[in-house]
Write a protein that binds this ligand. Structure first.
Ligand SMILES: [Zn+2]
Ligand SMILES: [Zn+2]
Length: 82
């Protein structure tokens, strides 16, 4: 799941409405890995391990980039059969 450059807003209402999701909770005690806005962090994820959405995106990017050379060499290998 790759997050686009566009802002992701918190889906919880009330104090959360219109707040941008900026962090992801990776605390194992949270049943699901939660997307957090500032209000979420304040309410549900105090002292939890959080990673920023930007860092998460970078991690995904690195994974995608790492998988590319394999795909490339696979294509080259299939072409060089000729
Ligand atoms: Zn929220
Ligand atoms: Zn949490």
């Amino acid at each position: 799941m790759i997050f686009e450059q566009s802002k992701t807003l918190c889906k919880k209402g009330g104090a959360h409405s219109g707040k941008e999701v900026i962090m992801i909770c990776v605390n194992p005690e949270c049943d699901t890995r939660r997307l957090c806005c500032l209000a979420c962090i304040d309410e549900f994820h105090r002292k939890h391990e959080l990673i920023s959405l930007y860092k998460f995106n970078d991690m995904l990017k690195v994974l995608t980039e790492q998988s590319l050379p394999e795909t490339k060499s696979a294509i080259i290998a299939s072409v060089s059969d000729f």
